[in-house]
Design a protein around this ligand. Structure first.
Ligand code: PMP
Length: 425
């Protein structure tokens, strides 16, 4: 279906065919949902052995009674588990509670209000504080900035990561910038892995940026590969150490999409200076994390390679869903300009760009036909996608058959919205 070269007679014919297909779909009364970036029950079941795994043995290998208070850094063995996610030494890692989002919010709030490097470094010493947000991106990152009153400045994402020319020029010119959000591997939602060059350039930012500039490196999908030979992400911390900018990066990850999404272990990894700054405030927030759950995770992943094998089981469950989405997109839009997307090799999302001005309309049409999609705009700060083109597809929860059905509807909605727009141009 190539709209650009089609005459109005052809367009009208397609419009009437698609309208009647759309009405037929509506009549089916479907109730499908592609909004939720969370594990399916089948995936959660992979970790059911966590329950009861301690068998009344509450002492950690290093001799800590995990039932008690204390241990702000988390169990040593849990921090070692964090090393497998963050690819940095356990001594640079704090293992916390169940959510990396909490750690990110707390770290940002600490940097803003108290400073990570003494009280003079608090971001709120300046009237204007802003953050670079690659778009499309993760709505909860934007929520954290908004909650803390931090202004957001967008830069576009491409197949290699954020547009680094734009990032570098912003950082050089705008002294209100105190940091940048990054989801470097299987980014939410575009699914790209930052290239080696992008990682290197991000590590260099600390040389020219404000001294309190911090990259929030949210490696939420660090080990969530769908392919057997995944591309590797360059090590940001090593690149920063080489550039002499190790204080400019804070890494985050969690087991949320590995074991139980609501009952996992989260990690923050950073330089000794940054960890000191975080812990000074963290000590007022908690006496220590849930070490019982940390020990459960340590035991669950005690065998060598067990984490990798576990993630392969996840991949076995969700890969067919991703393949189904990508197959349908390719079939419907592979030879025309009605939409564009990346084909992720991991993570939880597929991001689709319609022609400009159509995302809201596609989401509306799909919703009325019984297929719930993430609201258009959610992948941009303040919910504002200036081109109104980005839609995030999350295929992990529905069954393969449901994904297939939902994508049939999605394709018809994109085609119909595009033709309606072309005819009214
Ligand atoms: N970061 C990203 C990029 C995510 O996509 C998600 C979950 N959707 C999170 C963080 C949330 O992680 P957690 O469960 O550890 O808070």
């Amino acid at each position: 279906m190539n709209l650009t070269n089609a005459d109005s007679g052809q367009l009208q014919q397609w419009q009437s065919e698609l309208t009647s297909r759309y009405q037929d779909i509506k009549a089916k009364g479907l109730n499908l949902d592609l909004t939720r970036g969370k594990p399916s029950s089948e995936q959660l079941q992979l970790s059911d052995a966590l329950d009861g795994i301690l068998g009344s043995e509450y002492t950690s290998p290093s001799g800590v009674d995990v039932r008690n208070y204390g241990g702000l850094d988390g169990l040593l063995e849990a921090r070692k588990l964090g090393s497998q996610f963050l690819d940095m030494p356990a001594e640079n890692i704090i293992a916390g509670g169940n959510s990396s989002l909490t750690l990110m919010h707390q770290t940002m709030a600490i940097a803003h209000q108290f400073g990570l490097n003494g009280s003079d470094s608090a971001w709120n010493k300046s009237a204007d504080v802003s953050f670079i947000c690659p778009v499309p991106g993760y709505d909860r990152h934007y929520g954290v900035c908004q909650h803390l009153g931090i202004k957001m400045i967008t830069v576009p994402m491409d197949a290699n990561g954020p547009d680094m020319d734009a990032v570098e020029s912003l950082v050089a010119q705008d002294k209100s910038i105190r940091g940048m959000w990054c989801v470097p591997k299987y980014s939410n939602p575009t699914g790209v892995i930052y290239s080696d060059d992008v990682v290197k350039r991000i590590a260099q930012l600390g040389k020219t940026a404000h001294p309190d500039f911090r990259v929030f490196w949210d490696n939420a999908y660090a080990i969530h590969d769908l392919v057997e030979q995944p591309k590797t992400l360059a090590n940001i911390y090593e690149a920063c150490v080489a550039a002499g900018t190790e204080d400019s990066v804070l890494q985050f990850a969690s087991t949320s999409k590995v074991t139980f999404a609501g009952s996992g272990v989260a990690f923050v990894g950073a330089s000794a200076n940054n960890l000191k700054g975080i812990k000074q405030s963290l000590g007022f927030i908690t006496i220590g994390p849930d070490k019982v759950n940390q020990l459960r995770h340590v035991k669950f992943f005690a065998e060598p390679e067990s984490l990798t094998k576990h993630m392969q089981k996840h991949a076995g469950i969700i890969k067919p869903r991703f393949e189904c989405v990508l197959k349908q997109l390719d079939k419907a839009f592979g030879d025309n300009d009605l939409g564009s997307w990346e084909s992720p090799e991991g993570g939880y999302f597929i991001s689709f760009d319609t022609r400009p001005g159509l995302a809201k309309e596609v989401v509306r049409l799909a919703g009325e036909a019984g297929v719930k999609l993430t609201p258009a705009g959610a992948t941009f700060p303040y919910g504002n996608d200036p081109e109104d083109c980005n839609i995030r597809i999350a295929p992990t929860v529905p069954t393969v058959e449901q994904v297939e059905q939902a994508m049939d509807v999605f394709v018809v909605c994109v085609q119909l919205a595009s033709i309606n727009q072309q005819l009214s141009a």
